[in-house]
Design a binder for this molecule. Structure first.
Ligand code: DC
Length: 222
């Protein structure tokens, strides 16, 4: 039986994980899973129902019954949902339900892909600790707030720098200080600080590392 190769990418919000993950998935022909979307979909469901994102039973039920279509909702991208996601993410039962979803994706990526790129906060530490292909992508908080602000403006959403920065700090604190599966760099992950790097450079640093770790380029795989 061939075992699917998994590239685990962790890091805080707006550090460049998603851009890197998509490029790697395309390059290697792997399936891509943005695990933040899972937590966002659970948070969104609670908001839409008028429930508090901290409501354990409601959040657990939403995580257990998560339908793949729920990941397509454009409202998952907004900051209200991001904040709700970070609140449901502290609930152990929610993490347990979503862990199974993620591990199934890693073990048998959709579309018969030979591997998966999975990004989030705890992929290298909890979801796929056994993979040798781990990256931890970060950037300064100022740079991340700046990128987030730019992204919001490009989508026509006017936002205030101080507010975006504060929201990012709150989310970082909640994500890194929670008891279960906090945002953390796995010891064996390569740290990539993207503060001063363009996406091209980040991609090439990641490729170098993955090849050093023994991940063959796509053309040489049978
Ligand atoms: O990556 P993102 O901004 O879409 O994630 C939204 C929230 O979901 C994040 O603040 C914390 C939570 N999350 C998590 O706890 N574990 C993951 N693997 C991914 C996201």
């Amino acid at each position: 039986m061939t075992v699917s190769a998994v590239i685990a990418i962790d890091g805080p919000a707006a550090a460049g994980k998603g851009t890197l993950a998509r490029r790697l998935a395309e390059y290697y022909g792997f399936a891509y899973l943005d695990t933040g979307l899972l937590y966002r979909a659970v948070g969104r469901r609670l908001l839409d129902r008028g429930d508090d994102p901290g409501h354990v039973e409601a959040a657990t039920e939403a995580a257990r019954s998560l339908a793949p279509e729920a990941l397509e909702n454009p409202a998952l991208r907004n900051d209200e949902t991001a904040s709700a996601a970070s609140q449901v993410a502290v609930i152990p039962q929610v993490r347990e339900a979503l862990l199974q979803f993620q591990q199934r994706f890693a073990a048998s990526p959709p579309g018969d892909a030979p591997g998966a790129v999975i990004d989030g906060r705890d992929i290298g530490t909890v979801v796929c600790p056994g993979t040798p292909y781990k990256l931890f992508v970060t950037a300064s908080i100022e740079e991340r707030a700046e990128r987030r602000l730019k992204e919001l403006r490009e989508r026509g959403i006017e936002s205030i720098h101080g507010r975006v920065l504060q929201e990012m700090k709150d989310r970082d604190a909640r994500d890194s200080q929670r008891d279960i599966a906090p945002l953390a760099k796995s010891e064996d992950a390569l740290l990539i600080d993207t503060t001063e790097m363009d996406p091209e450079k980040v991609f090439s640093v990641a490729l170098d590392h993955l090849s050093t770790q023994g991940l063959a380029p796509p053309q040489s795989r049978p």
